[in-house]
Design a protein around this ligand. Sequence first.
Ligand code: IVH
Length: 676
Amino acid sequence: MKPDKKARAAAAPATRIARLRALLERYNYRYHALDDPEVPDAEYDRLMLELRAMESAHPELITPDSPTQRVGAAPSAAFAAVRHRMAMLSLDNAFTEEEVRDFDRRIRERFPQLAEIAYSAEPKLDGLAFSATYEHGLYVRGATRGDGETGEDVTQNLKTIAALPLRLRTDAPPRVLEVRGEVFMPFAGFRRFNHEAAARGEKILVNPRNAAAGSLRQLDPRITAARPLDLFIYGIGHVEGGDLPQHHGRMLQVLKSWGFKICPLVRAAKSIDECLAYYSEMGASRSGLPYQIDGVVYKVDDLEMQRQLGFVSRAPRWALAHKFPAEEALTTVRDVEFQVGRTGTLTPVARLEPVFVGGVTVSNATLHNMDELNRKDIRIGDTVVIRRAGDVIPEVVRVIAERRPAGAKLVVMPSVCPECGNPVVREAEQAAARCTGGRSCPAQRREEIRHFASRRALNIQGLGDKLIDQLVDANLVRTPADLFDLQTAQLAALERMGEKSAQKLHAAIAASRQTTLPRFLYALGIRDVGEATALALALHFRDLEPLRRADQAEIQKVQDVGPAVAEHVVAYVHDADNGALLDRLIGAGIGWPPIAAPAQGEFDGKSFVLTGTLESLTRDAAHDAIAARGGKVTGSVSKKTHYLVAGADPGSKLAKAEELGITVLDEKAFLEMLAR
Ligand code: IVH
């Protein structure tokens, strides 16, 4: 090739990659910071798949701020300590109006020339405080609050949260900018996560705050990435070589324009009365918020006044947390019933003597699974402490043992399904018991359709729980495929449905047919196939038909898919009813853009082992690059290994490979082979 031709051939992927990154960054910003999505989720997913495919074909073009690089760092043995440039302080708490007015009075005494103080009023988010540092506009470090002076380095973990910009959206970023905010787990994600954990018989996360803290402080960033975390920025720790407005509210607006996600409920309050009105308003609406808040925070808006007010011990004089009353109450357990989920899992639910807690009357509480129930030793008739966190299903915290009545009844798992009467089985070493009815069980049918239509699956807008109940109860829909046969007139005949909304729903169902393969596989609701597994299956098989033909051994070759998951996938695709369902779904016109074929050549069918640290790409990127070219990566060196890729500080694998006479590639040779 002539040099100019060669340069052009290399430039084309680089240009496309840059274009894809710019688009993905923009869509991400519109989605998270502006809460105003520009394109459907499926389009975002499609571009991300294309970028991943291009980067795995050209790993030399991967940069740390690429949207694909949010996940990929290797687990670490421990977190390094990060000393905060400015201590991360806590806030003084107030519980009464009097305490709030005292706070305002103390500030007015310092500024007698002002009749009223202007504040920023904002929700007190119930998660984990963090700081994120940007140098020349690029994200370089993330830390937890720790003891306020020193925190833990969670750079990689924080990077997995899509709402955190990796690059600031400004041409003139400050030289150094450290922002501060709160990482939290929204209720929906918290519920979904616990639901799936309970079904797998794993430990339940206690509440959204512990869930956020536990998720961010995982040594393996891939675990953090799989947790549904979100964040808001609420302030600045440090800025150098750049100017920001001198008022808190306006500064947050500038941060928002730079790509940060700011809580939309932050409000300017002209006086302490407006702050108190804000508190009442938030108290009334908190149960409808998608995330947990435990109060509101008032901050003096003028940053110069903040500086003059300063600190007392560990808290600023210019800010106050006005807390909501605790959300725990005592009640008694009237009965325990069992709810049937999508894959047949039976979840025990406590029916309670109704009690007013956190602004609503609660009469049900989830008990997660039999192991949790037994651990807490909950019996019918017991007096229990229940806790309600926002709109999360309330839960039983503990039993008041000394109030147990003589006749308290032990809870036993039913032997037949309460919904369909089919036998219930409990598999060895699983916490969950399951109904064996499959689609003959109305509860399983309902839940299968709910999952299929849900936001992260086919995202059928307007198809809510109540409508699904009606469709299933009227037997209009037995499987997800039936959705696509529904006529507008049938929809219009449902309760609370007009002609207009029926048309809209019909159009939404039709539109959902254009999707991506990972979403489609996730939507099927195969046991233990979450979003990450669906993506891995899609990248490996690249279409539905090869997956349908695959046996368990083939499926186990997929990255991170173990024997149990592979067994569920095989059982699903080889089941006759599911086969008919898949045929009907495809027949109904469900489709996705093709996933690019890996290049043929030197890698085809060859087995690679990786050892040591590669400088220019992560382990996962190297893995993907080999897989994309038809090669296979295994964990240990054997006679069947074709190549050992050895980075810096190789382990014992190098000696073993040399002993067996296996070709060893250093990083340079490996990159050349990838580029050929
Ligand atoms: S400002 C010096 N704003 O509350 C001011 N904090 O008790 C420090 N928090 O560790 C924080 N929402 O984790 C601020 N809107 C908000 C907040 C907030 C939640 C947390 C934060 C901090 C704790 C202080």
